[in-house]
Design a protein around this ligand. Structure first.
Ligand code: FAD
Length: 260
């Protein structure tokens, strides 16, 4: 099947930016261009293009179109309110000073970034008897959006690792999904707590769908577990490394391409 053309990049303006919790900043973005984006895209990923200092919106669009390649990062649409043309992206605030994390921490109304997306949502149909969701803070937006979209009678388990008690969020999840919050205060050391909890669970019989993402080392080990120790078919598994300890995003994406 031919690949869908990529959505045309546009400029989004910061309408608001605030700390949701100690390690998460929500940036509320707006633009008339959002009129053409589909409703229901919460949980889909998008590309953001970070402007250089003193760069104008027109210069950024020109750079995105004609090069040289600007700073690009991958994020998740957390909320989209098409009626008021607002789109939220939740950024993990991490201590390494990445350009995207820095942009979010310093964002104020009137700032702008380049935007391309959204892509397709990760899970298009919900048909499972039981759902397994797992995330660290970088994947909290995709897992939270998925929990909100699940049928209200869905059953399952969510395992979400955050940096502190104060980073725990209120999510409108189905009552039949058991919510487990784990605290891992040092994200630069690999945590095995999510895997331990998932392995300890006796998966029920029937169709299982997953939505799992986070640090690549953790994901690699979980992917091996699903492949070698469960019968869940590939098409029912969404599992993805969202970042890797010690690598900037471009290096991480290059490594993922080599491993494919
Ligand atoms: C499909 C997809 C969706 C994503 N959605 C989101 C999202 O909604 N929200 C979100 O916050 N992230 C999300 N991410 C992860 C995000 O793209 C990476 O964390 C990215 O590296 C952040 O860019 P940066 O410029 O802040 O840091 P970079 O310049 O890429 O990295 C600088 C340093 O920071 C470290 N680092 C990067 N991310 C983290 C982290 N989360 N915790 C601790 N250290 C880190 C790197 O290892 C590196 O040492 C997503 C990734 C993918 C692939």
């Amino acid at each position: 099947m031919p690949k869908k053309p990529k959505p045309i990049p546009c400029i989004l303006i910061v309408k608001d930016a605030f700390f949701l919790s100690p390690h998460m900043v929500r940036v509320v973005l707006t633009s008339p261009e959002l009129e053409s984006r589909p409703t229901g895209c919460e949980g889909a990923n998008c590309k953001i293009f970070i402007p250089k200092e003193k760069q104008s919106p027109d210069e950024l669009i020109d750079q995105i179109t004609n090069g040289p390649r600007p700073t690009i990062r991958t994020y998740t649409v957390r909320n989209f309110r098409k009626d008021v043309l607002e789109l939220d992206i939740d950024f993990v605030v991490h201590s390494d000073g990445g350009p995207a994390s820095d942009f979010a921490v310093n964002a104020k109304p009137g700032d702008f970034l380049g935007f391309r997306g959204p892509s397709e949502v990760k899970i298009k149909d919900y048909y499972a008897d039981w759902y397994l969701l797992a995330a660290d803070m970088s994947a909290l937006p995709v897992v939270a959006a998925t929990l909100e979209k699940l049928p209200r009678n869905a059953k399952g388990m969510a395992v979400i690792e955050v940096q502190s008690e104060e980073d725990v969020q209120n999510i409108d999840s189905p009552i039949g999904v058991e919510m487990n919050w784990l605290i891992h205060s040092e994200p630069h050391t690999s945590s095995r707590a999510q895997e331990t909890m998932i392995r300890a669970k006796n998966f029920p019989k029937g169709i299982i769908q997953t939505c799992i993402a986070g640090e690549s080392g953790v994901i690699k080990s979980l992917r091996k577990f699903f492949k070698e120790e469960t019968q869940i078919p590939n098409e029912d598994i969404y599992i993805s490394g969202y970042w890797k300890i010690g690598l900037i995003e471009d290096e991480h994406q290059a490594q993922k391409r080599l491993e494919r």
